[in-house]
Design a protein around this ligand. Structure first.
Ligand code: ZN
Length: 239
């Protein structure tokens, strides 16, 4: 059986979390050549950045066909995000809701800058597809994760660079249970196990305790969402 791949090069915004790792698998299933990029913006915890290297290593080992299409990994310094903003993701503050209805984990402009920086890098790498794990189904209400925001950004980037730049968000309309199901579909139990073991989600940066859904504190909003999605997915499989 000869698989037909999309000949374009895709650049995956890969943070080391469950969502972006699932998107990476999705891209490796589709595109001839895939590269990865992460942004260092003074996150409270660097664990995610360490996890991403482990995920890349494990993906290459467990899925040689994917490994053959997986190219360079890039780390871009976006520390100006920390200088510009003040959020619970970049400072030692408790996670809470703000008066504007957004959690204080929101980093204003973050995804806009991520995609703009990724697009600039993409032109240098010959990539014309950007892949991100944003989702508006089961999310924290961040306005820059919404489908319309990213569709508008795709248009702005393509016009501003005078070249077609496609923004793909395979998880946009999936909930967390469906994201686990997608991983299963893409890479079976091996991928599910790899994502469970090596991706990082916890806002508090904890990796001490191993739950059925992976490592974390078990009670922050990110852990709660991941745990609930995993439970619903297991239920759906059993039912
Ligand atoms: Zn947590």
């Amino acid at each position: 059986m000869t698989a037909t791949f999309d000949p374009r090069t895709a650049l995956v915004l890969f943070s080391g979390g469950q969502d972006s790792a699932t998107c990476l698998a999705w891209a490796l299933q589709r595109f001839t050549h895939v590269e990865t990029v992460a942004f260092d913006y003074g996150q409270r915890h660097r664990i995610e950045l360490d996890c991403r290297l482990a995920v890349l290593r494990e993906l290459r080992a467990a899925f040689p066909a994917w490994g053959a299409r997986l190219g360079d990994d890039h780390l871009i310094d976006l520390s100006l995000l920390k200088a510009l903003g003040d959020s619970a993701l970049t400072s030692e503050r408790a996670i809470e809701m703000q008066a504007n209805g957004l959690p204080n984990t929101f980093v204003p402009g973050r995804n806009l800058m991520f995609f703009t920086a990724a697009a600039a890098l993409a032109t240098r790498r010959g990539a014309s597809v950007l892949v991100g794990g944003m989702c508006e189904t089961d999310y924290s209400g961040y306005p820059d994760c919404r489908d319309n925001t990213l569709k508008a950004l795709q248009v702005a980037l393509s016009l501003g660079l005078a070249m077609p730049m496609t923004v793909e968000t395979p998880l946009m309309f999936l909930d967390k249970a469906q994201t686990w199901a997608l991983a299963q579909q893409l890479g079976g139990e091996t991928l599910v196990e790899l994502l469970t073991e090596h991706t990082h989600t916890c806002y508090l940066g904890e990796r001490g305790q191993r739950f059925t859904w992976g490592y974390g504190c078990g009670h922050c909003p990110a852990c709660t969402l991941r745990a609930r999605g995993h439970a619903r997915w297991l239920q759906a499989r059993a039912g």
